[in-house]
Design a protein around this ligand. Structure first.
Ligand SMILES: Cc1cc2nc3c(=O)[nH]c(=O)nc-3n(C[C@H](O)[C@H](O)[C@H](O)COP(=O)(O)OP(=O)(O)OC[C@H]3O[C@@H](n4cnc5c(N)ncnc54)[C@H](O)[C@@H]3O)c2cc1C
Length: 414
């Protein structure tokens, strides 16, 4: 079968790889001139299936909303007056009770753990090196933040996920570069989680996919998708392109292609920022990935560089760099690893992902024949990419996926 994958971010490229492995003829259509040029370009690099969780969690909406009036905040809201945004917020709040949190978190972890296993297999099979670093440390500045994380701690214990609750002294022993002057109530160490360089991984998977015959059509923007006798026909600039099936791995712009097909999903744009700079003092730099749970800002090691990334602007997808968001990144960088590098000289970047109110992505067939989606991965798409790609390739190939896909397909929004 000939399958066209629209979008060459980490999700589209992973999907193309597994489709080719399943024996399909695959074409990837991408408007940029390379892979991983949008959300997949500057992400934090955290691959943390153990702690992956929906934003909709007990106590979280109230805690995040309380930050809105502060100068340094993990959250900003845009276009709140828009009916679609209000509807999204209402659904998000409805998903924030304990029962829904547990269901949604289990769904996200199912795909993320599967993804981690596949990445390990890919790594061994093809000797991939994408600057992966083992271990993930979460930091809680105050007792209140620790209390808020109790549901997450309980979940880890209940599901036997390896984790160590740390005192401040334990956390400093694990990460000797941590600034002793920044208040720290405690930490959580997840030894089986890791971090890595998402665009580097995507480029390596592209090379493997190309070696299996996948064609990449860069500089090609799909404007419309229509059903045809054969399957689907896409309008790309001034030409048409036909295929038996199409996969939308289109990140932020998915709604523009889905709406004319009568497909409507409650997708909200979430814009985040990153700052990347070269390490000048290796003894003072993080050993592995660290997350400031109070500001929801990650500090990751990428070879000889450090990336500080996070903050979220709901409802925004512009490329504008908001100074207060950059200030939050700089504050967190200087608070924890002040001597590791000069954060003021960092390369700043922003990217947008799409999030559904309950948290898990939608992977599978839509109600329009031959049109499939792999979208809505929110702020954890890199951690779910390989698993999402393999699951969708299995669905398209009429094979039973290796994991239960209940709650991960578009069916939950029909
Ligand atoms: C600052 C930041 C930090 C993050 N940190 C993490 C993290 O630590 N861990 C984690 O797991 N996730 C993280 N994420 C989320 C993760 O980066 C995304 O979920 C993931 O990259 C989404 O991949 P994607 O392929 O769906 O989207 P994208 O990378 O945006 O790719 C979509 C592609 O589709 C193309 N496209 C769209 N429309 C068309 C069209 N009409 N025609 C042709 N091409 C089209 C675009 O050009 C783009 O290349 C972070 C995100 C950001 C912004």
């Amino acid at each position: 079968m000939q399958v066209a994958v629209i979008g060459a971010g980490v999700i589209g490229v992973s999907t193309a790889y597994f489709l080719a492995e399943a024996g399909h003829e695959v074409v990837v259509i991408e408007r940029h001139n390379n892979v991983a040029e949008e959300a997949s370009f500057g992400d934090s690099g955290i691959l943390a299936p153990s702690s992956i969780a929906p934003w909709a969690a007990p106590g979280v909406p109230r805690s995040l909303l309380s930050y809105l009036l502060k100068a340094e905040s993990p959250l900003a809201l845009n276009q709140m007056w828009k009916p679609s945004m209000l509807r999204w917020m209402r659904r998000w709040l409805k998903e924030s009770n304990l029962e829904r949190y547990r269901i949604n978190r289990e769904r996200m972890q199912r795909i993320a753990f599967y993804s981690r296993d596949l990445m390990q297999q890919l790594r061994e099979q093809h000797q991939l090196d994408y600057e992966q670093t083992p271990g993930y440390l979460q930091l809680f500045r105050s007792e209140q933040d620790l209390r808020l994380a109790q549901t997450a701690f309980d979940f880890l214990t209940e599901f036997n996920i390896p984790h160590n609750a740390l005192t401040a002294a334990n956390a400093h022993a694990l990460e000797p570069g941590l600034n002793p002057n920044t208040p720290l109530a405690g930490g959580l160490y997840l030894p089986e989680d890791e971090s890595g360089n998402c665009p580097l991984f995507t480029r390596q998977i592209r090379a493997l996919a190309q070696a299996m015959g996948v064609e990449f059509h860069f500089g090609s923007k799909v404007n419309t998708i229509q059903q045809s006798e054969r399957g689907v026909v896409m309008q790309i600039d001034d030409r048409s392109f036909s295929a038996d099936s199409v996969v939308l791995a289109t990140g932020t712009d998915s709604a523009k292609l889905l709406a004319p097909l009568g497909l409507h999903l409650p997708l909200c744009a979430v814009k985040s920022y990153s700052a990347t700079t070269t390490i000048r003092n290796f003894e003072s730099a993080p050993v592995a990935a660290v997350m400031d749970e109070t500001y929801k800002v990650a500090i990751t090691r990428m070879g000889k560089r450090i990336r500080v990334a996070g903050t979220a602007e709901l409802g925004s997808s512009t490329q504008e760099l908001r100074q207060s968001a950059l200030n939050t990144l700089l504050k967190v960088g200087y608070d924890w690893f002040p001597d590791a590098c000069n954060y003021n000289t960092a390369a700043f970047w922003s990217g947008t992902s799409l999030m559904l109110p309950d948290g898990p992505p939608v992977i599978g067939a839509t109600s329009v024949r031959n049109v499939f989606v792999n979208i809505g991965h929110g702020s954890t798409g890199w951690a779910m990419a390989a698993g999402s790609g393999k699951v969708l390739a299995d669905i398209i190939s009429d094979r039973t996926p290796d994991i239960d896909i209940d709650g991960l397909t578009p069916l939950r929004y029909r």
